[in-house]
Design a protein around this ligand. Structure first.
Ligand code: MG
Length: 255
């Protein structure tokens, strides 16, 4: 008897109508039984937000395709803890329209969905496509997602870890294993005046600049390679923990 196809949960932060999500889901159908549970609208930069102060509504669009009026993290929770008949063997988030590199990972709803899958004990990866003006076709990224999904289903990731994948705009020269890079400038704020004379502000209107040091996710994308960065959920800075322990830091609260 043939093995049943492994259940795969697919989401994104660009919303259920995003082409990258559809291309990804179609490609992963060659690997497993895909269920899409995705936000009903754009949720980019929603980070790891959970909706706790209002009810969530789920709209079953067709077999195996659900939209949710919430965040990517809501979608993963609903999927794993309620909607899916079987626990997924893999969570894939993407294909995001635009890269998620370096410090920007912390804003990303795409990456946060993979964080949430990992928190719930399911191997997970996020995948994002570089966009330089013209619309990308997403097919190279989708092919890469298929290869990576097959790999992870055979060689499970260690508990508490996930992978962040970024795909360059042009045909990649290959794949590089990378570390998370760094921004080299502070976030910009654009200040303007509206037609009624009131000030308004727009965050992030300035293109990011990155530390181009070798080995970073940014360097891989700039040089035309797929970037594959292993991440983990433990934010502890262990060298500083040790330094603080050795410094004799001892902050006594008054009785
Ligand atoms: Mg997005």
């Amino acid at each position: 008897m043939q093995e049943p196809l492994p259940p795969i949960l697919v989401t994104n932060d660009d919303g259920i109508a995003a082409p990258g999500l559809q291309v990804l889901a179609q490609a992963l159908a060659a690997v497993g039984k895909v269920t899409i549970i995705a936000p009903d609208r754009e949720q980019s930069a929603s980070s790891h937000a959970l909706t706790l102060h209002r009810p969530l509504r789920v709209n079953r669009q067709r077999d195996g395709v659900y939209s949710v009026d919430g965040t990517p993290t809501d979608c993963i929770n609903l999927g794993i803890l309620n909607l899916l008949a079987h626990r997924p063997r893999l969570v894939v988030s993407g294909i995001n329209r635009g890269v998620n590199l370096g410090d920007d990972i912390t804003y990303s709803g795409t990456v946060a969905a993979a964080f949430e899958g990992t928190l719930l004990g399911v191997p997970s990866f996020a995948i994002s496509q570089q966009v330089n003006g013209e619309d990308p076709d997403f097919f190279v990224a989708a092919r890469f997602a298929v290869l990576l999904a097959r790999w992870i289903l055979q060689v499970p990731l260690p508990a508490g870890t996930l992978l962040n994948v970024n795909v360059p705009q042009r045909k990649p020269h290959g794949t590089r294993l990378t570390r998370q890079g760094r921004r080299t400038y502070h976030q910009g704020v654009v200040e303007r005046t509206d037609p009624s004379g009131r000030q308004y502000y727009w965050l992030g209107g300035i293109p990011p600049e990155w530390d181009e040091s070798p080995g970073s996710d940014f360097a891989a994308i700039r040089e035309g390679f797929v970037s594959l960065t292993p991440l983990h959920l433990d934010l502890t800075h262990y060298p500083l923990l040790q330094d603080l322990q050795e410094s004799g830091l001892n902050l006594h609260l008054e009785d």
